[in-house]
Write a protein of this length. Structure first.
Length: 130
């Protein structure tokens, strides 16, 4: 018997057909992997430059200096209302003195100062739909 097909073509051996399919599947995976790599490269944002890092470091230094100045120095918050900013150490000493003597008076004093510093908002205007 002849192993050639009757339609005149040539059959590949069984092992060779499996090799062709294997190479085709590997090729498809390589193409998909290449496309994923290209899309990954395409969608990556540009790296931050050295100038941006320097700007951020400078801003952080300025912020910390401002915070330190605000926490450790006396200053006016609102001169019209008589609100001052005290150093942390001074404020803690005053609190210890006031609350050590009379906690009820210290609490009422604190509440009145908070209310003076933060007045209630004005009432809303009446609605035309009511």
């Amino acid at each position: 018997m002849n192993s050639a097909p009757e339609h005149g073509g040539v059959d590949a051996p069984a092992g060779r057909t499996g090799l062709i399919y294997t190479l085709t599947i590997i090729g498809a995976f390589l193409i998909v992997g290449f496309l994923v790599w290209v899309m990954y490269q395409f969608t990556q944002p540009a790296p931050l430059g050295q100038n941006r890092a320097a700007e951020r470091a400078k801003a952080l230094t300025e912020l910390r200096a401002y915070e330190s100045e605000q926490l450790n120095n006396v200053g006016w918050i609102d001169p019209a209302k008589g609100l001052v900013r005290l150093r942390i150490e001074d404020a803690m000493k005053i609190v210890e003195q006031q609350w050590g003597k009379d906690p009820a008076a210290a609490r009422s004093n604190l509440v009145s100062r908070v209310e003076a510093a933060n007045p209630p908002p004005p009432k809303p205007a009446p609605s035309v739909f009511e």
